[in-house]
Design a protein around this ligand. Sequence first.
Ligand SMILES: Cc1ncc(C[n+]2csc(CCOP(=O)(O)OP(=O)(O)O)c2C)c(N)n1
Ligand SMILES: [Mg+2]
Length: 339
Amino acid sequence: MKRRERKKVQYNYTECNPQEVLKAIGKEGVTDQLKQMMLLRHFEMRAESGYQHGKIGGFFHSYMGQEAIQTGATCALGLENNWWITTYRCHALALLCGCTPKEAMAELYGKKSGCAQGRGGSMHLYADRMLGGFGIVGGHTPIAAGAAFSIAYQKKKGVAVCFLGDGAVAQGAFHEALNLASLWDLPVIYVIENNQWGMGTGVERAICAQPIGEKLAGSYDMKGYSVNGMDFAACYNLFSELGKDTSRPVLVEAITERFRGHAVSDPAVYRSREELESIKTRDPILGLKHQMLENGMLTGEEFDRFNEEQKEIVVEAVKFADESPWPDPEELEEGVYAP
Ligand SMILES: Cc1ncc(C[n+]2csc(CCOP(=O)(O)OP(=O)(O)O)c2C)c(N)n1
Ligand SMILES: [Mg+2]
């Protein structure tokens, strides 16, 4: 069979003037989001190191490189009334949904003080408005439809936001969820975080039609959007717009890059060093830094200071996780609902 070649996909990005968007959020608000993204980055770096030192077991998937998407979405839509759900690449969303760095790191360490009392680990983080952390590719997409149904059924305000990878687009459950969401006018935003890879398989070899979001949405009578997932302002702008009318489900494709391999054990040799270097020039944190420097919202010294502050928060979280007690074996069966 002929192997599909990687070709440049033409995206119709939603229009956005980053400087106007940042101005509308205001200096304080943008600074908070910059700090938030720094926190996510430091969290991943320190946690990765914890894994390499044998402090963290199981699987471990880094969100490094993709930070602008979930930061932009949570900032634009807010946590109140909304439900959030994602894949195993879930550390960032948990932190954005209010899980403290200490609770998240302790969960990775398998400790009792973790957000799932040490029973979930890296792939199963939870917060008040976050339904998880799921390991089955595409398996959480019908759950998002269910969360949206609960909002609609109870005639409440709010929207369910479901993040998934490009690889999940090949799963049947995803298409069933989209069909039902459209049929029942569910308030749900499906966000495909297209980081170009599903493990070591390039997206062009796994998904037949691209741009995924733009092409697929019409099949489900939904609106579809492409957004530059490396640009905080563009993500914030799109999600703000989508939050204004949640009467119908929508499909978003955020085009992004993961800076690491699929999981911590993946050296990602399928991607050349040059490709990785070029990807890193589009670092979303540095992108926001430059936009803020340009409009006078930030100085280089402030950037360094904020970065140091966020690093310290994560160092504290590591210390807390390390010193926290293990779960008590006698409590093993508590919270188990299987009959
Ligand atoms: C149903 C199912 N099939 C296969 C796997 C193994 N698997 C884990 S992650 C992954 C790749 C998914 O890639 P993508 O959806 O693009 O998400 P990304 O890891 O890039 O965020 C696969 C095949 C799984 N967890 N679940
Ligand atoms: Mg992917």
